[in-house]
Design a protein around this ligand. Structure first.
Ligand SMILES: Cc1cc2nc3c(=O)[nH]c(=O)nc-3n(C[C@H](O)[C@H](O)[C@H](O)COP(=O)(O)OP(=O)(O)OC[C@H]3O[C@@H](n4cnc5c(N)ncnc54)[C@H](O)[C@@H]3O)c2cc1C
Length: 433
């Protein structure tokens, strides 16, 4: 017989979006269970340890909310475990570099302080429907089946398996099934920045061209994304992309991860042998699995579009500001691009309705499964924005529960006011500057 638990809100997925959703719902007084298939929270952030939080500073100002709280908590440690720096890549603005383990610890602490019950190593398998409601979700952990009945469900799983099984329509990647490339990252330590970054080219194209021409690097490594890590003389390598992988297929992810390991070891050897500054460096923190950027994008009350973000649209139900570039990564045969999303000095907001399904009464989304067209998706998907989406739906779920409303009936003015009260910037009547 299945074990059974009940709670007000169950959050599926402990990535940056699920973390913030669980904290925010629990802080509103809800009993919350956060269920994560892996052994750690962070999601992509933990699969690519050390990856900067980009996009949190539209127009140079923090988006506020839980993202700012976490950043301040890390920066306030002794010694400081986070720092805000300008990105070395085109159009990315300021970003947060942080000590990965300190960040994961701080996130677990925030969940603990909020009273969230965490289930790690627990996989969400199947929703149990009752008309237009998800009555319960069937999970599985090493002890066997576990059923959780919750008043509200937040799908922050990145891939949206449960929402799809509950009947929410979705598209994959660019709509033709071409999903962005997946990436295996690593860090090189003992690589003096003063030598590594002595030249101007942020992508090390001259060195990479030699490596590709000599057959020492895969042709997709013509641009090397090498960035200063948080710790001095550490270099974060976000370069090894594998194309054409369906992140919802565990076997494809497994194969891509092994191919990624091959290319990461090849790249690390190349850096040591051929790129000035890496002579005495070594590889650490090779990701446990590839980071998956894009799989399902769920259909919601509104699909944010490339045209809307280009027009710097500030939606009345905007829940977070953003000026992230169109960060498109090798969809199908495509290349990597970081074109500006909005005119310089401007930003757009992400509307709450992109996180609300049309036909299920007690389900909300947060994070990279947001309803967005392929262009808008390439901009909205940064970790700070994912945290902000989680924060918003955590509050919305609690508001709906307390008032006995469906998610579609949540008063978005009240939601935006609640977010502003919690320090979220650039939404409602409050422009960023
Ligand atoms: C390689 C790469 C580089 C990137 N670079 C940057 C960058 O520099 N800066 C930046 O800000 N953003 C970057 N991004 C984007 C950003 O990291 C992601 O969009 C964001 O982390 C997504 O967060 P999420 O919480 O929505 O989903 P995820 O991080 O994918 O988390 C989903 C979680 O749900 C869990 N899960 C899934 N299915 C189930 C299930 N059925 N049951 C239980 N648990 C489940 C997963 O294990 C995972 O932990 C990058 C992304 C990638 C992949």
């Amino acid at each position: 017989m299945s074990r059974r638990e009940t709670c007000n809100v169950v959050v599926i997925g402990g990535g940056t979006a699920g973390f913030a959703a669980a904290c925010s719902a629990a802080r509103q007084g809800a009993s919350v269970r956060l269920v994560e298939a892996g052994s750690k929270i962070g999601g992509v952030m933990s699969f690519c340890p050390g990856m900067p939080w980009g996009g949190g500073y539209p127009l140079g100002t923090s988006i506020g909310g839980i993202f700012a709280e976490l950043t301040d908590r890390l920066a306030g440690m002794n010694p400081p475990c986070a720092q805000v720096r300008p990105s070395t890549l085109e159009n990315f603005g300021r970003e947060v570099l942080y000590d990965h383990e300190a960040a994961v610890f701080a996130m677990f602490q925030m969940l603990e302080e909020a009273g969230v019950v965490c289930h790690l190593g627990t996989f969400a398998g199947q929703p149990v429907m009752d008309g237009k409601r998800i009555a319960a979700i069937e999970f599985y952990d090493r002890r066997g089946p576990l059923v959780i009945e919750a008043g509200m469900v937040i799908d922050a799983s990145g891939d949206g398996d449960i929402s799809a099984k509950a009947g929410v329509p979705y598209s994959l990647g660019d709509g033709h099934g071409n999903m962005m490339g997946v990436t295996l990252s690593f860090t090189m330590i003992n690589a003096p920045w003063v030598r590594v970054f002595a030249k101007d080219d942020p992508y090390f194209q001259a060195e990479a061209a030699v490596g590709v021409a000599e057959g020492r690097l895969h042709p997709d490594l013509a641009k090397l994304y090498l960035m200063r890590g948080f710790h001095p003389d550490s270099v974060f390598c976000n370069s090894v992309h594998i194309r054409g992988v369906d992140g919802t297929d565990p076997q494809q992810v497994t194969a891509a991860t092994q191919e990624g390991r091959r290319r990461c070891h090849q790249l690390s050897r190349f850096l040591i042998e051929c790129v000035p500054g890496f002579e005495n460096a070594r590889m650490v923190e090779l990701g446990p699995t590839v980071g998956v950027r894009e799989t399902r994008r769920l259909e919601a009350l509104h699909r944010i579009s490339g045209a809307e973000i280009a027009a710097a649209t500030k939606f009345p139900d905007g829940i977070v500001a953003c000026d992230n570039p169109i960060d498109d990564v090798m969809r199908g045969e495509g290349e990597m691009t970081h074109a500006a999303a909005v005119a310089s000095g401007s930003y757009y907001t992400i509307p709450f309705r992109t996180l609300v399904p049309a036909a299920i009464d007690n389900l909300l989304f947060a994070g990279r499964l947001i309803c967005a067209d392929p262009i808008a998706f390439a901009s909205v998907r940064g970790m700070p924005q994912c945290m902000a989406m989680g924060e918003a739906v955590g509050i919305a779920a609690t508001m709906a529960l307390m008032a006995g409303l469906t998610v579609q009936q949540v008063n978005s003015d009240a939601l935006v006011a609640a977010l502003v009260q919690r320090g979220v910037k650039g939404i409602g009547d409050m422009p960023l500057v």
